[in-house]
Design a protein around this ligand. Sequence first.
Ligand code: TXA
Ligand code: MG
Length: 310
Amino acid sequence: MRISLETAVALLNSGKVVGVPTETVYGLAASIKYPDAIQEIFKLKGRPSNNPLIIHAARFEDIIFFLKEASEDCEPLSKKFWPGPMTLVLPAKRGFIPSIARANLPTAAFRIPNHPLTLELLKLTGPLVMPSANLSGSPSSTKYEHVVSDFGIEFPILDGGICDKGLESTILIRSKEKWKIIRQGALTSEDFEKVLGYRPTIQYKTSAVPICPGQMYRHYAPRATLKLVKSFDNIKKGVIIGFSDRIYPQNCDILTLGHLFEPELAAANLYAILRQLDQEGHQEAYVDINFSPQGILSTLLERLERAANI
Ligand code: TXA
Ligand code: MG
Protein backbone atom coordinates (compact mmCIF):
# COMPACT_ATOMS: atom_id res chain seq x y z
CA MET A 1 0.00 0.00 0.00
CA ARG A 2 1.26 3.50 -0.84
CA ILE A 3 2.20 5.58 2.17
CA SER A 4 3.29 9.20 2.62
CA LEU A 5 6.78 10.30 3.65
CA GLU A 6 5.38 11.26 7.10
CA THR A 7 3.87 7.80 7.59
CA ALA A 8 7.12 6.15 6.47
CA VAL A 9 9.05 8.18 9.06
CA ALA A 10 6.54 7.31 11.79
CA LEU A 11 6.60 3.59 10.96
CA LEU A 12 10.40 3.37 10.77
CA ASN A 13 10.80 5.35 14.01
CA SER A 14 8.50 2.90 15.77
CA GLY A 15 10.36 -0.22 14.66
CA LYS A 16 8.45 -1.22 11.53
CA VAL A 17 9.70 -2.31 8.08
CA VAL A 18 8.88 -0.14 5.05
CA GLY A 19 9.49 -0.50 1.29
CA VAL A 20 11.65 2.38 0.06
CA PRO A 21 12.77 3.50 -3.43
CA THR A 22 16.40 4.14 -4.36
CA GLU A 23 18.02 4.97 -7.69
CA THR A 24 19.21 1.34 -7.99
CA VAL A 25 16.39 -0.93 -6.77
CA TYR A 26 13.71 -0.72 -4.07
CA GLY A 27 14.84 -1.61 -0.55
CA LEU A 28 13.19 -3.06 2.57
CA ALA A 29 14.12 -0.54 5.22
CA ALA A 30 14.41 -0.75 9.01
CA SER A 31 15.95 1.70 11.45
CA ILE A 32 19.42 0.68 12.62
CA LYS A 33 18.11 1.35 16.14
CA TYR A 34 15.64 -1.57 16.02
CA PRO A 35 17.25 -5.07 15.92
CA ASP A 36 13.75 -6.64 15.99
CA ALA A 37 12.78 -4.75 12.85
CA ILE A 38 16.04 -5.86 11.22
CA GLN A 39 15.20 -9.45 12.17
CA GLU A 40 11.80 -8.96 10.55
CA ILE A 41 13.52 -8.03 7.26
CA PHE A 42 15.36 -11.39 7.22
CA LYS A 43 12.07 -13.14 7.91
CA LEU A 44 10.09 -11.27 5.24
CA LYS A 45 12.72 -11.95 2.57
CA GLY A 46 13.55 -15.51 3.65
CA ARG A 47 17.17 -14.31 3.78
CA PRO A 48 19.93 -16.43 5.36
CA SER A 49 21.20 -14.78 8.56
CA ASN A 50 24.84 -14.93 7.40
CA ASN A 51 24.11 -12.44 4.61
CA PRO A 52 24.68 -8.92 6.00
CA LEU A 53 22.77 -5.75 5.08
CA ILE A 54 23.86 -2.37 3.72
CA ILE A 55 23.59 0.65 6.03
CA HIS A 56 22.14 3.64 4.15
CA ALA A 57 22.69 7.20 5.33
CA ALA A 58 21.93 10.73 4.09
CA ARG A 59 25.38 12.18 4.86
CA PHE A 60 29.00 11.05 4.97
CA GLU A 61 29.23 12.26 8.60
CA ASP A 62 26.55 9.73 9.55
CA ILE A 63 28.73 6.98 8.07
CA ILE A 64 31.97 8.19 9.72
CA PHE A 65 30.20 7.75 13.07
CA PHE A 66 30.19 3.95 12.51
CA LEU A 67 33.77 3.62 11.26
CA LYS A 68 36.59 2.05 13.22
CA GLU A 69 39.34 3.80 11.30
CA ALA A 70 39.91 7.19 9.69
CA SER A 71 38.07 7.64 6.43
CA GLU A 72 40.75 9.22 4.15
CA ASP A 73 40.96 6.09 2.00
CA CYS A 74 37.34 6.40 0.95
CA GLU A 75 37.29 10.13 0.35
CA PRO A 76 38.13 10.19 -3.39
CA LEU A 77 35.35 7.65 -3.97
CA SER A 78 32.82 9.14 -1.56
CA LYS A 79 33.32 12.65 -2.99
CA LYS A 80 32.81 11.47 -6.55
CA PHE A 81 30.13 8.78 -6.23
CA TRP A 82 27.98 9.61 -3.17
CA PRO A 83 25.07 10.06 -3.25
CA GLY A 84 25.05 7.27 -5.80
CA PRO A 85 25.11 3.55 -6.61
CA MET A 86 28.32 2.70 -4.73
CA THR A 87 28.59 0.68 -1.51
CA LEU A 88 31.82 0.59 0.51
CA VAL A 89 32.66 -2.22 2.95
CA LEU A 90 34.65 -0.74 5.82
CA PRO A 91 35.90 -1.80 9.28
CA ALA A 92 33.10 -0.84 11.67
CA LYS A 93 32.65 -0.10 15.36
CA ARG A 94 30.83 -3.28 16.24
CA GLY A 95 28.98 -1.93 19.27
CA PHE A 96 27.29 0.73 17.13
CA ILE A 97 25.72 -1.64 14.61
CA PRO A 98 23.43 -4.53 15.64
CA SER A 99 25.31 -7.79 14.96
CA ILE A 100 22.33 -9.17 13.03
CA ALA A 101 22.70 -6.37 10.44
CA ARG A 102 26.39 -7.11 9.80
CA ALA A 103 26.07 -10.92 10.20
CA ASN A 104 28.66 -10.71 12.98
CA LEU A 105 31.39 -9.50 10.61
CA PRO A 106 33.98 -6.93 11.79
CA THR A 107 33.11 -4.85 8.71
CA ALA A 108 29.89 -3.23 7.51
CA ALA A 109 28.64 -2.01 4.13
CA PHE A 110 27.64 1.65 3.67
CA ARG A 111 25.93 3.69 0.96
CA ILE A 112 24.35 7.11 0.39
CA PRO A 113 21.55 6.49 -2.12
CA ASN A 114 20.71 9.08 -4.76
CA HIS A 115 16.93 9.37 -4.61
CA PRO A 116 15.39 12.67 -3.45
CA LEU A 117 12.56 11.05 -1.47
CA THR A 118 14.87 8.60 0.27
CA LEU A 119 17.49 11.23 1.10
CA GLU A 120 14.67 13.26 2.69
CA LEU A 121 13.52 10.15 4.56
CA LEU A 122 17.04 9.33 5.80
CA LYS A 123 17.45 12.89 7.11
CA LEU A 124 14.32 12.40 9.22
CA THR A 125 14.96 8.82 10.42
CA GLY A 126 18.75 8.54 10.59
CA PRO A 127 20.56 5.51 9.11
CA LEU A 128 18.44 2.67 7.75
CA VAL A 129 19.51 -0.86 6.86
CA MET A 130 18.09 -1.98 3.53
CA PRO A 131 18.46 -5.09 1.44
CA SER A 132 16.79 -5.17 -1.94
CA ALA A 133 12.98 -5.47 -1.68
CA ASN A 134 12.50 -8.94 -3.18
CA LEU A 135 12.11 -12.46 -1.89
CA SER A 136 15.57 -13.92 -1.32
CA GLY A 137 17.00 -15.26 -4.59
CA SER A 138 14.39 -13.63 -6.86
CA PRO A 139 14.76 -10.65 -9.21
CA SER A 140 14.99 -7.29 -7.44
CA SER A 141 12.19 -4.72 -7.55
CA THR A 142 12.50 -1.66 -9.76
CA LYS A 143 9.00 -0.25 -9.22
CA TYR A 144 6.23 -0.09 -6.63
CA GLU A 145 4.21 -2.91 -8.26
CA HIS A 146 7.16 -5.33 -7.94
CA VAL A 147 7.34 -4.78 -4.19
CA VAL A 148 3.57 -5.30 -3.91
CA SER A 149 3.88 -8.52 -5.89
CA ASP A 150 6.45 -9.92 -3.41
CA PHE A 151 5.13 -8.59 -0.08
CA GLY A 152 1.40 -7.99 -0.66
CA ILE A 153 -0.88 -4.98 -1.02
CA GLU A 154 -1.00 -4.34 2.75
CA PHE A 155 2.76 -3.86 2.96
CA PRO A 156 3.67 -0.15 3.44
CA ILE A 157 5.68 1.26 0.53
CA LEU A 158 6.97 4.71 -0.31
CA ASP A 159 6.38 4.95 -4.07
CA GLY A 160 9.29 6.77 -5.70
CA GLY A 161 8.54 5.78 -9.29
CA ILE A 162 10.70 3.57 -11.49
CA CYS A 163 14.31 3.13 -10.37
CA ASP A 164 16.70 5.01 -12.62
CA LYS A 165 19.55 2.51 -12.68
CA GLY A 166 17.59 -0.72 -12.20
CA LEU A 167 20.68 -2.63 -11.03
CA GLU A 168 22.08 -2.75 -7.50
CA SER A 169 24.98 -0.64 -6.27
CA THR A 170 28.55 -1.73 -6.95
CA ILE A 171 30.24 -2.97 -3.76
CA LEU A 172 33.92 -2.30 -3.07
CA ILE A 173 36.28 -3.39 -0.33
CA ARG A 174 39.82 -2.15 0.32
CA SER A 175 42.47 -4.80 0.42
CA LYS A 176 46.26 -4.45 0.26
CA GLU A 177 46.06 -0.69 -0.41
CA LYS A 178 43.71 -1.18 -3.38
CA TRP A 179 39.95 -1.22 -3.84
CA LYS A 180 38.37 -4.37 -5.23
CA ILE A 181 34.87 -4.90 -6.56
CA ILE A 182 33.08 -7.67 -4.68
CA ARG A 183 29.71 -7.18 -6.39
CA GLN A 184 29.35 -5.66 -9.85
CA GLY A 185 26.63 -3.06 -10.13
CA ALA A 186 25.40 0.17 -11.63
CA LEU A 187 28.91 1.71 -11.57
CA THR A 188 31.54 -0.08 -13.63
CA SER A 189 35.24 -0.72 -13.04
CA GLU A 190 35.85 1.81 -15.86
CA ASP A 191 33.97 4.45 -13.81
CA PHE A 192 36.21 3.80 -10.80
CA GLU A 193 39.39 3.83 -12.90
CA LYS A 194 38.79 7.51 -13.70
CA VAL A 195 38.99 8.37 -9.98
CA LEU A 196 41.43 5.78 -8.65
CA GLY A 197 43.91 5.72 -11.53
CA TYR A 198 43.61 1.94 -11.73
CA ARG A 199 40.82 -0.44 -12.65
CA PRO A 200 39.64 -2.28 -9.54
CA THR A 201 39.68 -6.04 -10.04
CA ILE A 202 36.48 -8.03 -9.68
CA GLN A 203 37.23 -10.29 -6.77
CA TYR A 204 34.42 -12.75 -6.26
CA LYS A 205 34.53 -14.26 -9.72
CA THR A 206 37.87 -15.94 -9.08
CA SER A 207 37.96 -16.46 -5.33
CA ALA A 208 37.08 -19.82 -3.80
CA VAL A 209 35.68 -18.11 -0.70
CA PRO A 210 33.55 -15.13 -1.70
CA ILE A 211 34.08 -12.08 0.51
CA CYS A 212 30.63 -10.76 -0.29
CA PRO A 213 28.32 -13.32 1.38
CA GLY A 214 25.38 -12.51 -0.90
CA GLN A 215 27.37 -13.76 -3.89
CA MET A 216 27.24 -17.32 -2.55
CA TYR A 217 23.55 -17.69 -3.22
CA ARG A 218 21.42 -18.20 -6.31
CA HIS A 219 20.27 -14.72 -7.05
CA TYR A 220 18.21 -12.45 -9.28
CA ALA A 221 16.52 -15.56 -10.69
CA PRO A 222 13.00 -15.91 -12.08
CA ARG A 223 11.18 -19.24 -11.71
CA ALA A 224 11.58 -19.78 -15.47
CA THR A 225 14.78 -21.43 -16.70
CA LEU A 226 17.06 -19.07 -18.61
CA LYS A 227 19.21 -20.35 -21.46
CA LEU A 228 21.94 -17.91 -22.41
CA VAL A 229 22.79 -18.14 -26.13
CA LYS A 230 24.95 -16.32 -28.66
CA SER A 231 23.24 -17.64 -31.76
CA PHE A 232 19.59 -18.31 -32.62
CA ASP A 233 20.31 -20.35 -35.74
CA ASN A 234 18.85 -23.56 -34.30
CA ILE A 235 15.99 -22.05 -32.34
CA LYS A 236 12.60 -22.31 -34.03
CA LYS A 237 10.12 -21.33 -31.29
CA GLY A 238 9.92 -20.19 -27.70
CA VAL A 239 10.46 -16.96 -25.75
CA ILE A 240 13.51 -14.79 -26.35
CA ILE A 241 14.81 -12.01 -24.12
CA GLY A 242 16.71 -9.80 -26.53
CA PHE A 243 17.33 -6.37 -27.99
CA SER A 244 15.08 -4.28 -30.23
CA ASP A 245 17.80 -3.66 -32.81
CA ARG A 246 18.22 -7.40 -33.50
CA ILE A 247 16.29 -9.80 -35.69
CA TYR A 248 15.18 -13.09 -34.12
CA PRO A 249 13.47 -16.22 -35.53
CA GLN A 250 9.95 -15.37 -36.71
CA ASN A 251 7.91 -17.76 -34.59
CA CYS A 252 9.44 -16.72 -31.27
CA ASP A 253 7.89 -14.38 -28.69
CA ILE A 254 10.30 -11.53 -27.99
CA LEU A 255 10.64 -9.71 -24.67
CA THR A 256 12.86 -6.76 -25.39
CA LEU A 257 15.30 -5.12 -23.02
CA GLY A 258 15.65 -2.15 -25.39
CA HIS A 259 18.41 -1.14 -27.77
CA LEU A 260 21.89 -2.56 -27.35
CA PHE A 261 23.27 0.91 -28.16
CA GLU A 262 21.53 2.25 -25.03
CA PRO A 263 22.98 -0.34 -22.61
CA GLU A 264 22.06 1.61 -19.44
CA LEU A 265 18.38 1.55 -20.42
CA ALA A 266 18.56 -2.13 -21.37
CA ALA A 267 20.17 -2.97 -18.01
CA ALA A 268 17.51 -0.92 -16.19
CA ASN A 269 14.80 -3.09 -17.79
CA LEU A 270 16.30 -6.45 -16.79
CA TYR A 271 14.41 -7.17 -13.56
CA ALA A 272 11.06 -6.02 -14.98
CA ILE A 273 11.54 -8.41 -17.92
CA LEU A 274 12.53 -11.33 -15.66
CA ARG A 275 9.44 -10.69 -13.55
CA GLN A 276 7.24 -10.43 -16.66
CA LEU A 277 8.49 -13.86 -17.72
CA ASP A 278 7.09 -15.41 -14.55
CA GLN A 279 3.92 -13.34 -14.58
CA GLU A 280 3.11 -14.61 -18.05
CA GLY A 281 3.77 -18.17 -16.87
CA HIS A 282 6.67 -19.01 -19.21
CA GLN A 283 8.71 -22.05 -18.19
CA GLU A 284 11.87 -21.09 -20.05
CA ALA A 285 13.42 -18.38 -22.18
CA TYR A 286 16.46 -17.94 -24.39
CA VAL A 287 18.51 -14.85 -23.62
CA ASP A 288 20.62 -13.11 -26.26
CA ILE A 289 24.12 -12.67 -24.79
CA ASN A 290 25.81 -12.00 -28.11
CA PHE A 291 27.40 -8.74 -26.95
CA SER A 292 30.77 -7.65 -25.70
CA PRO A 293 30.64 -7.40 -21.90
CA GLN A 294 32.04 -3.92 -21.45
CA GLY A 295 30.89 -1.21 -19.07
CA ILE A 296 27.37 -1.78 -17.78
CA LEU A 297 26.95 -4.77 -20.13
CA SER A 298 29.48 -6.58 -17.95
CA THR A 299 27.11 -6.18 -14.97
CA LEU A 300 24.14 -7.18 -17.14
CA LEU A 301 25.91 -10.38 -18.22
CA GLU A 302 26.89 -11.19 -14.63
CA ARG A 303 23.26 -10.80 -13.49
CA LEU A 304 22.06 -13.00 -16.37
CA GLU A 305 24.61 -15.70 -15.49
CA ARG A 306 23.53 -15.65 -11.86
CA ALA A 307 19.86 -15.68 -12.84
CA ALA A 308 20.55 -18.66 -15.11
CA ASN A 309 22.40 -20.36 -12.25
CA ILE A 310 25.73 -20.55 -14.07
O1 TXA B 1 21.67 -1.01 -4.62
C1 TXA B 1 21.74 -1.63 -3.56
O2 TXA B 1 22.83 -1.91 -3.02
C2 TXA B 1 20.41 -2.07 -2.92
C3 TXA B 1 19.62 -0.81 -2.51
C4 TXA B 1 18.36 -1.13 -1.76
O3 TXA B 1 20.45 0.04 -1.79
N1 TXA B 1 20.64 -2.93 -1.81
C5 TXA B 1 21.08 -4.22 -1.95
O4 TXA B 1 21.15 -4.92 -0.77
O5 TXA B 1 21.37 -4.71 -3.02
P1 TXA B 1 21.26 -6.53 -0.73
O6 TXA B 1 21.05 -6.85 0.72
O7 TXA B 1 20.34 -7.15 -1.68
O8 TXA B 1 22.74 -6.79 -1.10
C6 TXA B 1 23.75 -6.40 -0.21
C7 TXA B 1 25.00 -7.15 -0.48
C8 TXA B 1 24.91 -8.62 -0.11
O9 TXA B 1 25.45 -9.40 -1.17
C9 TXA B 1 25.80 -8.74 1.13
O10 TXA B 1 26.41 -9.99 1.21
C10 TXA B 1 26.81 -7.62 0.90
O11 TXA B 1 26.03 -6.59 0.35
N2 TXA B 1 27.40 -7.14 2.16
C11 TXA B 1 26.81 -6.48 3.18
N3 TXA B 1 27.67 -6.27 4.19
C12 TXA B 1 28.86 -6.80 3.81
C13 TXA B 1 30.15 -6.91 4.42
N4 TXA B 1 30.39 -6.45 5.63
N5 TXA B 1 31.13 -7.54 3.73
C14 TXA B 1 30.90 -8.02 2.47
N6 TXA B 1 29.70 -7.94 1.84
C15 TXA B 1 28.69 -7.36 2.51
MG1 MG C 1 19.53 -8.36 -3.16
